[in-house]
Design a protein around this ligand. Structure first.
Ligand SMILES: [Zn+2]
Length: 116
C-alpha cells in the first residue's frame, strides 16, 4: 500500500511540476509574441534601402512568431491533457509515455514507438 501511495505522490508531483513549468514557458512565449507584434507594428523606414532591411527583419520576426505561437498551442494542449487526466498517455496506442521522454519533451503526445 505504501509504495502505491508513494507512486501516486510521485505521479502527482511530476504532473504538478510539469504543469507549473509549462505555465511559465507559456507566459514567457506569450510575452515574446507580444513584443514581436509591437515590433511588427512599427512604421517602415522612409529610406528605400532601410525599408528593404526592415521588410527582411519583419519576415524573420514573423517566422519566429509563428513557431512560438505553434509552441504556445502545444503547451495549451498539454495543460488541457493535464487537467483532463490524460497527460502522459499515448494518443495513438494508449500506453504510458516514458517519463524520460516527457521530461525531454513535456508536450509529447505519442510514445516513442508511435512517434517513430
Ligand atoms: Zn503509442
Amino acid at each position: 500500500m505504501r509504495s502505491l501511495a508513494n507512486a501516486v505522490l510521485i505521479y502527482i508531483n511530476t504532473v504538478l511540476q510539469t504543469g507549473f513549468y509549462l505555465g511559465c514557458v507559456r507566459v514567457e512565449l506569450t510575452g515574446r509574441v507580444a513584443e514581436i507584434e509591437s515590433e511588427l507594428r512599427k512604421p517602415l523606414s522612409a529610406d528605400s534601402e532601410e525599408r528593404a532591411t526592415d521588410l527582411e527583419n519583419q519576415e524573420a520576426l514573423e517566422t519566429i512568431e509563428n513557431s512560438e505561437m505553434h509552441e504556445i498551442r502545444q503547451i495549451q494542449e498539454a495543460l488541457n491533457r493535464i487537467s483532463e487526466g490524460s497527460y502522459g498517455i499515448c494518443a495513438e496506442c494508449g500506453a504510458d509515455i516514458d517519463p524520460k521522454r516527457l521530461r525531454a519533451l513535456p508536450t509529447a503526445t505519442r510514445c516513442i514507438s508511435c512517434a517513430a
